[in-house]
Design a protein around this ligand. Sequence first.
Ligand code: BDR
Ligand code: CA
Length: 303
Amino acid sequence: MKLIIDTDPGIDDAMAIAYAAAAPEIDLIGLTTVFGNTHVHQSSRNARYLVDKLGLAVPVAQGAPFAHGEDDHSPSEHVHGPEGFGDLTEIPEIGQNHDLSAAAFLVEMARQHPGELVVCAVGPLTNIADAMALDPEFASNLKRLAIMGGAVYCPGNITEHAEANIYHDALAADAVFSAPPETVLVGLDVTLKTLYKSADFEDLALRSPDMGAFLRDISRFYLKFYKEIGGLEGCGLHDSTAVIACTHDHMFDSVQTGLKVATEGKAIGATVPDETRPPVWVCRDVDGAGVVDLFTARVASLP
Ligand code: BDR
Ligand code: CA
């Protein structure tokens, strides 16, 4: 399955990219970057670093620096660290970004692979909305859009109403849900059922002494955040769960509903069922232990 991950690496983003590199049924054809956990130039640098570390030969196309209607962004440093990789702050610039912008790259790849390309968006939806605006055929050229975002039937994480990716560009998210491609939403409803614990990282590092140890090391900061703020003994495999949803439908229970996003007021970023909108698949339950095991098995096969 041809896949592009639209991403803001980011600790759980790094895990998702490693998973995609290791999964035999995934043909990763590129990464597109967006602001979110970091500024977009940091997202791109981190994405290129991961591509190199994983020995991949895939382009990284840089996308939006800000949300629609904004000209600034405050990264989630308290969650992902000052450079996006926890306590790791010296991250080399390796290679260069693709000549095309993220939105143009997404449009071009969808045109080249009509009906075949899956895009997994694990950051704010700005690039996806931009690609839809750039090419009216973009949505219909995709096989599927999988989104890590939203909290439809559960509380949010950045506010009590909103999940971080949707909150960071509520206008873009609402635009995507107003005329969505074939879409599956993998939100906090399921990703908080895939907790990855310190012992899981230690096991991964033993079995994959390079990539696994890297993920363990950058995750210490993330695990501390989950414990101090959420009282949780583990971090959600948010972005990896969305990648897994692209290939392992059977591990998820989903319902179909239209969605709108609150774009102002105290509920800004809330993902709300709206039956007047075109339906998307919303994941409501997951085999969380199965996702954790699959993630470990696949990533442990990396050096
Ligand atoms: C999402 O927000 C980001 O912090 C994570 O990378 C993930 O994509 C979880 O709400
Ligand atoms: Ca992310």
